[in-house]
Write a new protein. Structure first.
Length: 318
């Protein structure tokens, strides 16, 4: 995402795969694999769009928070990814996160900090109390591309209420697993990847924890087994593969803020009027489409979230 070399040894511009380059490379690889193997195989290499594997959930209720827009293909959603712990190419996570998280330690999620009911949970116990639903959301990356993804999950607020935050809980900090045995060891960022939300942002009904997409459990490259989705903010706020949720009094520094404090703000709300130093944010490329489209304030979710920022200078608080 960040194309400047700095102390965290972030990826160079050449590491960031443009969508057209990605498509060419994918089809080239698929052709090569077909020649070598006599058949086309493998999710990342498949020339034909991979069928959506049999759904894990078939009786999901569709949320009234869903949008009615054409969904990005399952193939693009699962092969064009940013998950730097598994490499910086757009197709790296789909290749390098095969088998994740089963090839890591048993999943544990710790809820802690300024709350009356902290806890440490295995994955199944963590999600058991919450009914799952499908939510079709836009996702807008700061790199200028976007998708429409049918997530499966529930509101983060359900988990936060259960933890009973106290009056000091002003922000929530999230942490991704860092497992150097299976993830890259290069310091692209100061691992583990962390992110944060103000408590009212975290409690907003739109903010969700996703455990699946297209009716099936998340694949490693999309942040299995559980990730955040905050559709009115740039995609990097939607932290993947969460192992920690902590209530804190002070605004947390995210991994991106530490890496580039002048480029990545805490809020990172989608805002077509506030350019990133290297990417204008006024337009975006919806993956799978040729023409660019105008970017909408708060990624089209202003009715739900504009009131959270009333009276705030959104240029200063970028
Ligand atoms: N979470 C972790 N732990 N590591 C990452 O590199 N990339 C972010 C976000 N969450 C990232 C992450 C970025 S930049 C984006 S755009 C989205 O994940 C991409 O999600 P997707 O690959 O499922 O589309």
């Amino acid at each position: 995402m960040n194309i400047k070399k700095n102390r965290w040894n972030e990826p160079a511009a050449s590491d960031i795969t443009d969508y057209d380059v990605y498509l060419k490379r994918r089809d080239f690889l698929a052709g090569g694999a077909a020649l070598a193997l006599g058949s086309v195989s493998g999710l990342a290499l498949a020339k034909e769009a991979p069928a959506i594997p049999s759904p894990t959930w078939t009786d999901l209720v569709s949320s009234n928070l869903s949008i009615d827009e054409k969904k990005t293909s399952f193939r693009d959603v699962t092969t064009y990814n940013n998950f730097y712990e598994f490499g910086t190419g757009k197709d790296s996570p789909a290749r390098n996160a095969v088998g994740f998280p089963d090839n890591s330690q048993p999943w544990k999620i710790v809820v802690e900090g300024e709350c009356d009911n902290p806890g440490s949970y295995g994955y199944d116990d963590f999600i058991k109390p919450y009914p799952l639903e499908e939510r079709i959301y836009r996702m807008r990356c700061v790199e200028g591309w976007s998708m429409v993804i049918p997530w499966v999950g529930f509101s983060l607020s359900d988990v936060l209420k259960q933890a009973k935050p106290n009056s000091k809980a002003k922000f929530v900090e999230f942490t991704t697993l860092y497992d150097p045995d299976i993830m890259i060891k290069r310091n692209v960022l100061d691992w583990p990847y962390t992110e944060g939300l103000r408590i009212d942002e975290a409690m907003n009904p739109l903010t969700m924890l996703a455990v699946g997409l297209y009716g099936q459990e998340l694949l490693g490259q999309n942040g299995a087994p559980i990730r955040l989705v905050v559709p009115w903010k740039y995609g990097f706020k939607s932290i993947k593969s969460i192992v920690g949720i902590r209530f804190v009094e002070e605004m947390p520094q995210s991994a991106w803020m530490k890496a580039g404090p002048t480029e990545y703000g805490f809020y990172s709300n989608v805002n077509p009027d506030v350019p990133h130093p290297r990417w204008s944010q006024s337009r975006e490329r919806r993956i799978g489409e040729l023409r660019k489209r105008k970017t909408l304030m708060f990624n089209g979710y202003a009715d739900h979230v504009a009131s959270l920022y009333e009276g705030m200078d959104l240029v200063k608080n970028f």
